[in-house]
Design a protein around this ligand. Structure first.
Ligand SMILES: [Zn+2]
Length: 302
Protein backbone atom coordinates (compact mmCIF):
# COMPACT_ATOMS: atom_id res chain seq x y z
CA UNK A 1 0.00 0.00 0.00
CA UNK A 2 1.23 3.42 -0.89
CA UNK A 3 1.16 5.89 1.93
CA UNK A 4 3.43 8.66 0.80
CA UNK A 5 2.77 12.28 1.58
CA UNK A 6 1.71 13.79 4.81
CA UNK A 7 -0.48 11.91 7.20
CA UNK A 8 -4.01 12.12 5.97
CA UNK A 9 -5.94 11.69 9.18
CA UNK A 10 -8.89 9.36 9.16
CA UNK A 11 -12.08 9.83 7.28
CA UNK A 12 -15.16 10.18 9.36
CA UNK A 13 -17.09 6.95 9.54
CA UNK A 14 -20.30 6.70 11.46
CA UNK A 15 -22.72 3.88 12.06
CA UNK A 16 -26.35 4.30 13.00
CA UNK A 17 -27.44 7.84 13.64
CA UNK A 18 -25.08 10.70 12.92
CA UNK A 19 -24.87 11.57 16.62
CA UNK A 20 -23.10 8.28 17.28
CA UNK A 21 -20.36 9.04 14.77
CA UNK A 22 -17.23 7.09 15.56
CA UNK A 23 -13.86 7.41 13.95
CA UNK A 24 -12.48 4.13 12.74
CA UNK A 25 -8.74 3.92 13.36
CA UNK A 26 -6.61 3.66 10.27
CA UNK A 27 -5.60 0.07 9.63
CA UNK A 28 -8.75 -1.55 10.93
CA UNK A 29 -10.50 -2.72 7.77
CA UNK A 30 -14.26 -3.05 7.83
CA UNK A 31 -14.38 -4.60 4.38
CA UNK A 32 -11.96 -6.01 1.84
CA UNK A 33 -14.11 -6.15 -1.29
CA UNK A 34 -16.34 -3.38 -2.66
CA UNK A 35 -19.34 -3.75 -4.95
CA UNK A 36 -20.62 -0.62 -6.69
CA UNK A 37 -24.09 -1.36 -7.97
CA UNK A 38 -27.76 -1.31 -7.09
CA UNK A 39 -29.48 -2.32 -3.87
CA UNK A 40 -30.58 -5.56 -5.56
CA UNK A 41 -27.19 -7.00 -4.73
CA UNK A 42 -27.32 -6.79 -0.94
CA UNK A 43 -31.01 -6.42 -0.11
CA UNK A 44 -31.34 -10.12 0.65
CA UNK A 45 -28.35 -10.45 2.96
CA UNK A 46 -29.33 -11.34 6.53
CA UNK A 47 -27.02 -9.00 8.34
CA UNK A 48 -26.14 -5.64 6.81
CA UNK A 49 -24.68 -2.67 8.65
CA UNK A 50 -25.18 0.76 7.16
CA UNK A 51 -22.43 3.32 7.73
CA UNK A 52 -21.95 6.81 6.40
CA UNK A 53 -18.50 7.85 5.29
CA UNK A 54 -17.32 11.34 4.49
CA UNK A 55 -14.36 11.99 2.24
CA UNK A 56 -12.14 14.96 1.26
CA UNK A 57 -14.11 14.95 -2.01
CA UNK A 58 -17.53 15.18 -0.40
CA UNK A 59 -20.06 12.47 0.33
CA UNK A 60 -20.31 9.28 -1.75
CA UNK A 61 -23.52 8.35 -3.59
CA UNK A 62 -24.99 6.79 -0.46
CA UNK A 63 -24.10 5.03 2.77
CA UNK A 64 -21.92 1.95 2.59
CA UNK A 65 -23.71 -1.29 3.39
CA UNK A 66 -21.38 -3.77 5.07
CA UNK A 67 -22.13 -7.47 4.94
CA UNK A 68 -20.46 -10.83 4.71
CA UNK A 69 -20.54 -12.98 1.58
CA UNK A 70 -18.76 -16.32 1.29
CA UNK A 71 -16.73 -15.50 4.39
CA UNK A 72 -15.47 -12.22 2.93
CA UNK A 73 -16.33 -8.76 4.24
CA UNK A 74 -18.00 -6.73 1.52
CA UNK A 75 -18.98 -3.05 1.28
CA UNK A 76 -21.88 -2.37 -1.07
CA UNK A 77 -22.43 1.10 -2.48
CA UNK A 78 -25.49 2.03 -4.56
CA UNK A 79 -23.85 3.86 -7.46
CA UNK A 80 -26.80 6.15 -8.23
CA UNK A 81 -27.90 6.49 -4.60
CA UNK A 82 -31.04 5.00 -3.15
CA UNK A 83 -33.95 5.71 -5.45
CA UNK A 84 -31.57 6.19 -8.39
CA UNK A 85 -31.49 9.97 -8.00
CA UNK A 86 -28.01 10.67 -9.43
CA UNK A 87 -27.42 10.85 -13.18
CA UNK A 88 -24.23 9.16 -14.39
CA UNK A 89 -22.54 12.56 -14.74
CA UNK A 90 -23.51 13.69 -11.22
CA UNK A 91 -22.18 10.64 -9.40
CA UNK A 92 -19.27 11.62 -7.14
CA UNK A 93 -16.93 8.93 -8.42
CA UNK A 94 -13.95 10.24 -6.45
CA UNK A 95 -15.88 10.12 -3.19
CA UNK A 96 -17.23 6.65 -3.96
CA UNK A 97 -13.84 5.01 -4.48
CA UNK A 98 -12.16 6.98 -1.70
CA UNK A 99 -14.88 5.90 0.74
CA UNK A 100 -14.47 2.27 -0.23
CA UNK A 101 -10.72 2.39 0.19
CA UNK A 102 -11.04 4.17 3.52
CA UNK A 103 -12.97 1.24 5.03
CA UNK A 104 -10.31 -1.21 3.84
CA UNK A 105 -11.53 -2.23 0.39
CA UNK A 106 -8.78 -3.17 -2.06
CA UNK A 107 -10.75 -5.03 -4.75
CA UNK A 108 -13.79 -3.49 -6.43
CA UNK A 109 -16.47 -5.11 -8.57
CA UNK A 110 -18.43 -2.79 -10.82
CA UNK A 111 -21.56 -4.44 -12.25
CA UNK A 112 -23.37 -2.16 -14.70
CA UNK A 113 -26.07 -2.13 -17.37
CA UNK A 114 -24.90 -1.56 -20.94
CA UNK A 115 -26.21 -1.52 -24.49
CA UNK A 116 -24.92 -4.11 -26.94
CA UNK A 117 -23.18 -2.75 -30.04
CA UNK A 118 -23.22 -6.05 -31.93
CA UNK A 119 -26.30 -8.04 -32.90
CA UNK A 120 -24.89 -11.13 -31.14
CA UNK A 121 -24.71 -9.23 -27.82
CA UNK A 122 -28.43 -9.23 -27.16
CA UNK A 123 -30.25 -8.60 -23.87
CA UNK A 124 -29.05 -10.94 -21.14
CA UNK A 125 -25.47 -11.15 -22.43
CA UNK A 126 -22.82 -10.77 -19.73
CA UNK A 127 -19.55 -9.24 -20.90
CA UNK A 128 -16.35 -8.86 -18.89
CA UNK A 129 -14.59 -6.06 -20.76
CA UNK A 130 -10.84 -5.72 -21.04
CA UNK A 131 -10.77 -2.22 -22.55
CA UNK A 132 -12.65 1.03 -22.32
CA UNK A 133 -13.00 4.20 -24.35
CA UNK A 134 -13.90 7.42 -22.58
CA UNK A 135 -16.49 9.49 -24.44
CA UNK A 136 -17.64 11.46 -21.39
CA UNK A 137 -17.26 15.23 -21.14
CA UNK A 138 -17.83 16.66 -17.71
CA UNK A 139 -16.40 14.33 -15.06
CA UNK A 140 -13.46 14.74 -12.77
CA UNK A 141 -11.28 11.78 -13.68
CA UNK A 142 -8.31 12.10 -11.33
CA UNK A 143 -7.30 12.59 -7.70
CA UNK A 144 -3.92 13.91 -8.80
CA UNK A 145 -4.82 17.24 -10.33
CA UNK A 146 -2.38 19.39 -8.36
CA UNK A 147 -5.25 21.18 -6.63
CA UNK A 148 -5.52 21.88 -2.91
CA UNK A 149 -8.36 20.01 -1.22
CA UNK A 150 -10.64 21.57 1.40
CA UNK A 151 -8.57 19.82 4.11
CA UNK A 152 -5.45 21.65 2.94
CA UNK A 153 -3.73 18.66 1.36
CA UNK A 154 -2.50 19.19 -2.15
CA UNK A 155 -1.86 16.42 -4.62
CA UNK A 156 0.98 16.34 -7.06
CA UNK A 157 0.36 15.71 -10.73
CA UNK A 158 0.81 11.98 -11.27
CA UNK A 159 0.26 9.91 -14.41
CA UNK A 160 -0.76 6.29 -13.89
CA UNK A 161 -0.89 3.62 -16.57
CA UNK A 162 -4.36 2.64 -17.72
CA UNK A 163 -3.24 0.57 -20.71
CA UNK A 164 -5.16 -2.34 -19.23
CA UNK A 165 -7.91 -0.69 -17.20
CA UNK A 166 -9.28 -3.82 -15.53
CA UNK A 167 -7.73 -6.20 -13.02
CA UNK A 168 -6.56 -9.36 -14.84
CA UNK A 169 -7.12 -11.52 -11.76
CA UNK A 170 -10.61 -10.14 -11.19
CA UNK A 171 -11.54 -10.66 -14.83
CA UNK A 172 -10.45 -14.29 -14.72
CA UNK A 173 -12.45 -14.95 -11.56
CA UNK A 174 -15.52 -13.21 -13.00
CA UNK A 175 -15.45 -15.30 -16.17
CA UNK A 176 -15.00 -18.53 -14.22
CA UNK A 177 -17.79 -17.66 -11.81
CA UNK A 178 -20.22 -16.85 -14.63
CA UNK A 179 -19.45 -20.09 -16.42
CA UNK A 180 -19.91 -21.93 -13.14
CA UNK A 181 -23.49 -20.59 -13.20
CA UNK A 182 -24.00 -21.67 -16.83
CA UNK A 183 -23.72 -18.12 -18.06
CA UNK A 184 -21.33 -18.04 -20.99
CA UNK A 185 -19.88 -14.60 -20.39
CA UNK A 186 -18.05 -12.83 -23.20
CA UNK A 187 -14.33 -12.70 -22.42
CA UNK A 188 -13.11 -9.21 -23.27
CA UNK A 189 -14.34 -6.37 -25.40
CA UNK A 190 -14.34 -2.61 -25.30
CA UNK A 191 -16.80 -0.61 -23.23
CA UNK A 192 -17.52 2.81 -24.68
CA UNK A 193 -18.60 5.18 -21.92
CA UNK A 194 -20.88 8.03 -22.95
CA UNK A 195 -21.95 11.05 -20.97
CA UNK A 196 -25.67 10.28 -20.80
CA UNK A 197 -28.18 10.39 -19.35
CA UNK A 198 -29.71 10.18 -22.82
CA UNK A 199 -29.09 7.14 -24.95
CA UNK A 200 -27.10 7.33 -28.20
CA UNK A 201 -28.48 8.49 -31.52
CA UNK A 202 -28.44 5.88 -34.27
CA UNK A 203 -25.53 7.66 -35.93
CA UNK A 204 -23.50 7.71 -32.71
CA UNK A 205 -24.32 4.08 -32.08
CA UNK A 206 -23.32 2.99 -35.59
CA UNK A 207 -20.10 4.95 -35.21
CA UNK A 208 -19.33 3.27 -31.88
CA UNK A 209 -19.97 -0.14 -33.44
CA UNK A 210 -17.86 0.70 -36.50
CA UNK A 211 -14.88 1.35 -34.20
CA UNK A 212 -15.09 -2.27 -33.13
CA UNK A 213 -16.33 -1.40 -29.64
CA UNK A 214 -18.55 -3.98 -27.95
CA UNK A 215 -20.91 -2.30 -25.51
CA UNK A 216 -21.88 1.21 -24.45
CA UNK A 217 -22.39 2.32 -20.85
CA UNK A 218 -22.53 5.53 -18.82
CA UNK A 219 -20.60 4.86 -15.59
CA UNK A 220 -17.50 2.81 -16.47
CA UNK A 221 -15.42 5.99 -16.63
CA UNK A 222 -13.99 7.45 -14.47
CA UNK A 223 -14.71 4.57 -12.08
CA UNK A 224 -11.97 2.33 -13.51
CA UNK A 225 -9.42 5.14 -13.79
CA UNK A 226 -9.96 6.38 -10.24
CA UNK A 227 -9.71 2.85 -8.89
CA UNK A 228 -6.33 2.49 -10.55
CA UNK A 229 -5.14 5.78 -9.06
CA UNK A 230 -6.00 4.42 -5.61
CA UNK A 231 -4.22 1.13 -6.39
CA UNK A 232 -7.51 -0.74 -6.21
CA UNK A 233 -8.31 -3.76 -8.37
CA UNK A 234 -11.35 -3.02 -10.52
CA UNK A 235 -13.41 -5.52 -12.48
CA UNK A 236 -16.39 -4.60 -14.62
CA UNK A 237 -19.29 -7.00 -15.18
CA UNK A 238 -21.41 -5.54 -17.96
CA UNK A 239 -24.95 -6.84 -18.34
CA UNK A 240 -26.44 -6.09 -21.74
CA UNK A 241 -29.98 -4.82 -21.27
CA UNK A 242 -30.71 -3.78 -24.84
CA UNK A 243 -29.28 -3.63 -28.31
CA UNK A 244 -28.08 -0.09 -28.85
CA UNK A 245 -29.88 2.10 -31.40
CA UNK A 246 -27.52 1.35 -34.27
CA UNK A 247 -27.53 -2.40 -33.74
CA UNK A 248 -31.27 -2.96 -33.89
CA UNK A 249 -34.05 -2.13 -36.29
CA UNK A 250 -36.80 -1.17 -33.84
CA UNK A 251 -37.69 1.96 -31.95
CA UNK A 252 -34.39 2.42 -30.11
CA UNK A 253 -33.61 1.93 -26.45
CA UNK A 254 -36.17 2.83 -23.80
CA UNK A 255 -35.51 3.16 -20.09
CA UNK A 256 -38.41 0.78 -19.38
CA UNK A 257 -36.78 -1.90 -21.52
CA UNK A 258 -33.48 -1.49 -19.66
CA UNK A 259 -35.18 -1.81 -16.27
CA UNK A 260 -37.18 -4.83 -17.35
CA UNK A 261 -34.15 -6.78 -18.61
CA UNK A 262 -32.06 -5.75 -15.61
CA UNK A 263 -34.81 -6.85 -13.24
CA UNK A 264 -35.02 -10.24 -14.95
CA UNK A 265 -31.26 -10.79 -14.63
CA UNK A 266 -30.41 -9.16 -11.30
CA UNK A 267 -30.78 -12.38 -9.29
CA UNK A 268 -28.53 -14.25 -11.67
CA UNK A 269 -25.99 -11.44 -11.67
CA UNK A 270 -26.06 -11.35 -7.87
CA UNK A 271 -25.32 -15.09 -7.73
CA UNK A 272 -22.33 -14.61 -10.01
CA UNK A 273 -21.12 -11.58 -8.05
CA UNK A 274 -21.27 -13.46 -4.77
CA UNK A 275 -19.34 -16.35 -6.32
CA UNK A 276 -16.74 -13.84 -7.53
CA UNK A 277 -16.45 -12.39 -4.02
CA UNK A 278 -15.72 -15.84 -2.61
CA UNK A 279 -13.08 -16.57 -5.23
CA UNK A 280 -11.14 -13.30 -5.37
CA UNK A 281 -7.57 -13.85 -4.21
CA UNK A 282 -6.85 -12.85 -0.61
CA UNK A 283 -3.37 -11.72 -1.60
CA UNK A 284 -3.00 -9.52 -4.62
CA UNK A 285 -0.19 -10.27 -7.11
CA UNK A 286 -1.55 -8.05 -9.88
CA UNK A 287 -0.03 -4.76 -10.99
CA UNK A 288 -3.09 -2.81 -9.75
CA UNK A 289 -1.62 -2.92 -6.25
CA UNK A 290 1.49 -1.00 -7.27
CA UNK A 291 0.07 1.47 -9.80
CA UNK A 292 1.80 4.36 -8.01
CA UNK A 293 5.15 2.61 -7.48
CA UNK A 294 7.96 5.13 -7.64
CA UNK A 295 5.57 8.11 -7.80
CA UNK A 296 4.66 10.42 -4.97
CA UNK A 297 1.03 11.56 -5.27
CA UNK A 298 1.55 14.12 -2.50
CA UNK A 299 -1.60 13.02 -0.68
CA UNK A 300 -1.90 10.03 1.62
CA UNK A 301 -4.23 7.32 0.36
CA UNK A 302 -6.76 6.27 2.98
ZN1 LIG B 1 -5.75 -6.32 -9.58
Amino acid sequence: MNSTGSSGGSDSVSGGSASEAVTVPTGEPLAEIGVIGGSGFYAFLDDVTEITVDTPYGPPSDALFLGEVAGRRVAFLPRHGRGHHLTPARINYRANLWALRSVGVRQVLGPCAVGGLRPEYGPGTLLVPDQLVDRTRSRVGTYFDGETRPDGQRSRVVHVSLADPYCPAGRRVALDAARGRDWDAVDGGTMCVIEGPRFSTRAESRWHAAQGWSVVGMTGHPEAALARELELCYTSLALVTDLDAGAEAGEGVSHAEVLEVFGRNVGRLRDVLFDVVGRLPERRDCLCASALAGQDPGIALP
